[in-house]
Design a protein around this ligand. Sequence first.
Ligand SMILES: [Zn+2]
Length: 166
Amino acid sequence: MKLLFEHKIATLDSYLFAGFMQRVGVAALPATPAGRTITVNDAHAKLGHCSKALARKAAQYYDWKLMRGGMPPCEECATGKGRQKDVVKDSDHIPSEVMGERFYIDIASIKRENSEDTGYSKMFWLLAVDEYSHMKFLWFLSRKSELSGVLRDFVKKCKGHNINIK
Ligand SMILES: [Zn+2]
């Protein structure tokens, strides 16, 4: 970007150089006439997502009447501040060395290709993976509420095979 101070203004004993600058990106400002009632969030957005305090000051300056009430979280600001969590690259996790000590479970819904009854009534599948052996166990469930009963039976069965799930 290049700034030009191309206007030479003579004073009594020197010169003053001035340039013309055009404001861009604040097109919404003139659209809100003085005396108009707007929300704090509207003022915040019109003023380039400034702080609540600055929005109130500016509203006073432009003679906007601000509606009473707080300023709910601004979606644009939240998106701007938001950041994906770092993926853990180093972990202190000690993998299990005992069969059945630690299981990972996941449940997913099964979507039918068409709504016609195919005679297949199960809607969810439940997967359990043993951390040590990587052995997988799979169940099909009609309802998610069946999960606790299925897992309870599974723990009992494992105990019968001398595999103690904690
Ligand atoms: Zn904002």
